[in-house]
Write a protein that binds this ligand. Structure first.
Ligand code: GRF
Length: 201
């Protein structure tokens, strides 16, 4: 199964997926394309080093979101992409795009959804003072940071934690959970039933 990973930044989740693919942990999943909206994203270096095709589409090159999304779709189709894995991609995609890839697009969010949606999931949980936070992998729907939940991992917040130590723990959990979720998807083991995901064994 040809997978595209969408990135905008560091790409540590992309790296976890690259490592998983190398070790056989993605099953028949093949990382075939990395799409970035930022030419300087470090994720692009990681992709190149792993020999994965990259494409950069900056929003400034397009008049409308629809035009941008059409260009993305053209790239996905020319690489025969069957599934999309969002890994820190900061651009919002059009409803048309999301409908087209419904049930085939995954995202990772650094909190236990539906708590702490948005761009600062880790900091918001830390500042709130919750005792546990974590990671959610979910299917992408039109509503931001919503969509059927695939896997969640819990990260306790301990008395000695700082925002930095918490960030480290949450990212570590993401890197474990995301490849597992992608593999389940590749193997056809995720069944969406309304807003729930049943994991077939
Ligand atoms: C991760 O924390 C992910 O949960 C969020 O964006 C961040 C991306 O980090 N959606 P990286 O670029 O994979 O290192």
């Amino acid at each position: 199964m040809n997978i595209a990973v969408f990135v905008s930044g560091n790409g540590s989740n992309l790296q976890a997926l690259i490592d998983a693919e190398k070790s056989g942990a993605l099953g028949a999943g093949r990382l075939a394309l990395v799409v970035s909206d930022k030419p300087k994203a470090f994720a692009l270096e990681r992709a190149k080093k792993a020999g994965i095709k990259t494409v950069v589409l900056e929003k400034t090159g397009f008049k409308t979101r629809e035009e941008y999304d059409r260009a993305v779709i053209a790239e996905l189709e020319s690489s025969g992409i069957e599934a999309i894995v969002m890994a820190g991609f900061l651009r919002i995609l059009s409803d048309h795009f999301i409908e087209k890839y419904a049930g085939r697009m995954l995202n990772v969010h650094p909190s236990l959804l539906p708590s702490f949606k948005g761009l600062h999931g880790i900091k918001d949980a830390f500042d709130y003072g919750v005792k546990v936070t974590g990671v959610t992998v979910h299917f992408v729907t039109k509503e931001l940071d919503a969509g059927p939940v695939i896997l969640q991992g819990v990260v306790p917040i301990e008395a000695g934690d700082t925002l930095e130590t918490l960030e480290e723990k949450v990212h570590k959990e993401e890197h474990k959970l995301y490849p597992r979720a992608v593999r389940l998807f590749v193997e056809g083991k995720l069944k969406i039933e309304g807003n729930k995901v049943r994991i077939l064994e």
